[in-house]
Ligand binder design. Structure first.
Ligand code: PCA
Length: 201
């Protein structure tokens, strides 16, 4: 089972492409013969974690691909590192604005993604989809969900986070294909690629 998640709109926006792309990615996966569900997360620090935990308990996914919107990006961003840090630039949809607190008290500062992001990025590029690796998912609700997914899911579950750009930069259909391809890469259990992928800044 593949679990895709996307977020409700936040920050006054009318829509969030991540929930549209995530829902379509689950459909594409099912059409390709893989069991998949899409779950929409509220854009709240507490609610998102609770809904994610319930979905993981209910569906027991082998692969988890969480998605969220990164307004300033122009490519599908495969996140590499989840940080145990919340520093909210704006209040969440419940009005909460935690500053400089951990996602989970006493847990490690950083956790690596468990999606084969370099292999997936290479497959996206081959498929003509704009992709990049990213070293930080920020310190808002997306990073919290990324960190929580890695803590919640058993160690053998391939879990990670993908930031999608606005639909004006990459259309929803392409975003959905990208999320599905990332999940399929993880589902097939291919090992991570050992190729340079770092950035200098
Ligand atoms: N993007 C925000 C939270 C929800 C979303 O879609 C983020 O990047 O943290």
């Amino acid at each position: 089972m593949i679990l895709f998640t996307g977020f409700e709109p936040f920050g006054g926006a009318a829509e969030n492409p991540s929930r549209q792309a995530s829902s379509r990615a689950a459909e594409l996966s099912r059409r390709a013969g893989r069991e998949a569900v899409h779950v929409e997360l509220p854009c709240t620090f507490e609610g998102a974690r609770a809904v994610l935990a319930a979905a993981v308990a209910e569906h027991r996914p082998g692969v988890i691909v969480c998605a969220g919107l990164a307004d300033g990006r122009e490519r599908i961003s495969l996140e590499r590192v989840a940080l145990n840090l919340i520093d909210a630039r704006i209040p969440d949809n419940a009005g909460a604005q935690p500053v400089d607190v951990p996602v989970e008290e006493g847990a490690p500062l950083a956790l690596p993604t468990r999606l084969p992001v370099k292999r997936a990025a290479a497959r996206l590029t081959e498929a003509g989809l704009p992709a990049e690796l990213s070293l930080s998912a920020g310190s808002y609700v997306c990073n919290t969900v990324f960190y929580a997914a890695l803590r919640l899911a058993p160690a053998d579950v391939s879990a990670g986070f993908v930031h999608v750009p606005p639909a004006a930069a990459v259309p929803i259909g392409e975003q959905a294909r990208a999320l599905e391809l990332i999940a399929a890469t993880a589902w097939e259990g291919e090992a991570e690629l050992r190729v340079p992928g770092g950035s200098e800044y």
